[in-house]
Design a protein around this ligand. Structure first.
Ligand code: ATP
Ligand code: MG
Length: 277
């Protein structure tokens, strides 16, 4: 059965400040959507809020996966319901190998009723599946023995995420700037991986990106523009072309109220990055 993820009037705050101001977005399994928007418009905020990151406070709205509001569930419950997020900035887990991490994640997602401490997926079965998936995605066998994300290059981090995606076969996947920092060949490779996995598992995909490049490979049927904390435009590939050619000035002019909020968000984003460097 095809599942639906329906986000309605979602308002989210971080640090007491409202970032998302009423987001509406519906994804169905098997569909590919692209979410674009300037720096600081709230794209990552949307993905973190959907995954249940504790710093993101949901002020109003719902996100229903097949009729159930996932915003009321714990993060691990959301994953078990079939939601997957590939982070914009994945964290390293020293001491935990890619294989070990995947075995835990796969077991938890496939046997949602498993209690902590109960058996993991049998090693032999897991290894076989991991090996086949790595072969299919063209990932070197050595990769599984490394510590997750520790010392990974930008490209390796993204490949680790596609590997997770392939092993977890989620109903919905949010890929937050999976293309950032990748060379052309790596973008193609990662995209091909996503396409394969999406086709096989019927995953509904939300690709968050700034650039047309990745969308030449992962072809979205639906394109949305997030601006000032809400989705102001819904369309198809023509929106990607327009943004590539003209930037966001026309969006700013067309949605003056959202532009006021967007300017504030961008100022905050800039101030924050000053602290970060
Ligand atoms: N921990 C935080 N504390 C305060 N403000 C935050 C925090 N995290 C994010 N923000 C603010 O939330 C706003 C939205 O950030 P978000 O990361 O969602 O943007 P984005 O659209 O993903 O941008 P980018 O394209 O640069 O990745 C920004 O103004 C940012 O400064
Ligand atoms: Mg972001």
């Amino acid at each position: 059965m095809t599942k639906t993820l329906e986000i309605k009037d979602l308002h989210v705050a971080i640090g007491g400040k409202e970032i998302l101001k009423g987001v509406d977005l519906t994804l169905r399994q098997g569909e590919i959507h692209a979410l674009m928007g300037p720096n600081g418009s709230g794209k990552s905020t949307l993905s973190y809020a959907l995954m249940g990151h504790p710093s993101y406070e949901v002020l109003a709205g719902t996100a229903e996966l097949d009729g159930e509001n996932i915003l009321e569930l714990e993060a691990d419950e959301r994953a078990k319901k079939g939601l997957f997020l590939a982070f914009q900035y994945p964290t390293a887990i020293p001491g935990v190998t890619v294989a070990n991490f995947l075995r835990h994640a796969v077991t938890n997602v496939r046997t949602p009723d498993r209690k902590e401490g109960e058996d993991l997926m049998p090693m032999r079965e897991f290894r076989k599946e991991l090996r086949e998936t790595m072969e299919e995605l063209g990932v070197d066998g050595e990769f599984a023995r490394r510590y997750l994300n520790e010392g990974f290059s930008g490209g390796e981090k993204k490949r680790a995420e596609v590997l997770q995606l392939a092993m977890l076969r989620p109903a919905f996947a949010i890929l937050d700037e999976t293309d950032s920092g990748l060379d052309i060949d790596a973008v193609r490779l990662v995209s091909e991986g996503v396409n394969k996995v999406a086709a096989r598992a019927g995953t509904g995909v939300l690709v968050i990106t700034h650039y047309q490049r990745i969308l030449n490979y992962i072809k979205p049927q639906f394109v949305h523009i997030l601006f000032g904390g809400r989705i102001v435009e819904n369309g198809g590939n023509e929106l990607v072309d327009k943004l590539e050619r003209e930037g966001y000035d026309w969006v700013r002019e067309k949605y003056p109220d959202a532009a006021v909020d967007e300017d504030e968000l961008e100022r905050r984003a800039l101030a924050e990055s000053k602290f970060a460097f």
